[in-house]
Design a protein around this ligand. Structure first.
Ligand SMILES: Nc1ncnc2c1ncn2[C@@H]1O[C@H](COP(=O)(O)OP(=O)(O)O)[C@@H](O)[C@H]1O
Ligand SMILES: Nc1ccn([C@H]2C[C@H](O)[C@@H](COP(=O)(O)OP(=O)(O)O)O2)c(=O)n1
Length: 314
């Protein structure tokens, strides 16, 4: 479990500075919305035994705080209040290693990867679903455009990375020499390789065509909505009161429009805009399978750690 301690770091800046860059190997994955960053980052972290931090979820938590404290509608007048709230609230990111046995069995048979799920806690409350609502989607790029919010979130991102749960593992190297995979962290977002960890050992810029990204997000949202409907049907069969809100399916066009607006805001904002770091490896995954992109990034990281590539035959 990762725990942010923004207040603690603010009070002890020297200690914070020392802790902020102590990971042995950092992988930064940036790119536009729905390019596959977070699923890829989680799978790569699982492959290497690294910690994982979803930096966008912290901006989403900040947006949820604005909505819950009724300052979202005229946010431009309330930045100091929001920054204060961010500093006072604890964010935790919990990785759930894959416990779904039937999924793992299918994966083992088909060679498909099962990605660990992630739980986001805000002062101990699980807000994993609440930070992915349409209201948060609409407001998050605006919240992430404020310089003060970005500094507050940067502190949290770095303290989560410094405290990520990871340790060195020994692996069989070339010949008889055992090698060690150092402890490390994978963080995904928009400015991880340019601002959060400009000295990251490996920087990836993931991209895909606008249509591929919209279709993937649409698929993802529809399968979540279908799960919801199945749960509702089961509740009805048990004769439990139906308190559910009717399910609405977004169209691919609506999702494409939302992604385009968010990308525009992320690329054109003044503070820490989405950019390709000069030393980033650019991967366009429009025509790659998920497994191809995960294994190629894992092998790039292994090479940079002085280890043999592992997945060339896949
Ligand atoms: N190469 C790929 N081919 C097909 N689907 C992919 C690929 N990479 C990721 N996805 C899927 O695309 C969706 C969006 O990925 P996600 O990791 O949430 O993106 P991001 O974090 O960039 O918003 C997920 O459902 C993910 O499983
Ligand atoms: N390092 C980061 C991460 C996210 N953001 C902002 C920009 C994004 O529109 C929002 C939400 O990010 P998130 O990664 O959750 O978004 P997607 O999963 O790609 O849709 O946060 C950022 O400005 N810097």
């Amino acid at each position: 479990m990762l725990r942010s301690a923004a207040r603690f770091w603010r009070q002890t800046p020297q200690l914070y500075k020392r802790q902020a860059f102590t990971r042995d190997f950092t992988i930064a994955i940036d790119g536009p919305a729905a390019s596959g960053k977070s699923s890829t980052a989680r799978a790569v972290a699982q492959e290497l035994g690294f910690g994982y931090i979803d930096s966008g979820s912290i901006y989403r938590c900040a947006t949820l705080l604005a909505l819950r404290n009724n300052i979202a509608s005229d946010i431009d007048k309330h930045w100091p209040e929001l920054i204060d709230l961010i500093g006072k609230t604890g964010v935790e990111i919990k990785i759930q290693p894959n416990s779904n046995r039937s999924l793992s069995v299918v994966a083992a048979k088909t060679g498909r990867l099962v990605v660990p799920s992630v739980q986001i806690l805000l002062d101990g409350e699980d807000v994993s679903n609440d930070i992915r609502t349409p209201e948060v989607n609409r407001l998050v790029a605006k919240v992430a455009s404020d310089g003060g919010v970005r500094s507050a979130v940067l502190n949290i991102q770095r303290s989560l990375a410094a405290n990520a749960d990871t340790k060195a593992t020994e692996t069989q190297g070339n010949g008889k020499d055992p090698h060690v995979i150092p402890g490390g962290v994978v963080m995904d977002g928009r400015d991880v390789g340019t601002t959060v960890f400009p000295n990251a050992e490996l920087k990836i810029y993931l991209d895909a065509s606008a249509m591929a990204r919209a279709i993937r997000r649409w698929d993802e949202m529809n399968s979540q909505l279908k799960n919801k409907q199945t749960e509702e049907a089961a509740r009805k069969q048990e004769n439990k009161a139906d308190t559910s809100v009717p399910v609405e399916y977004p169209s691919v066009e609506d999702i494409a429009r939302e992604l385009e607006q968010r990308d525009y805001a992320d690329i054109n904002r003044q503070h820490s805009p989405l950019r390709i770091a000069p030393d980033a490896v650019v991967i366009d995954n429009t025509n790659l399978t998920f497994e191809q992109q995960v294994y190629s990034i894992t092998d790039l990281a292994r090479e940079r750690m002085g280890l043999q590539r592992k997945y060339d035959d896949i």
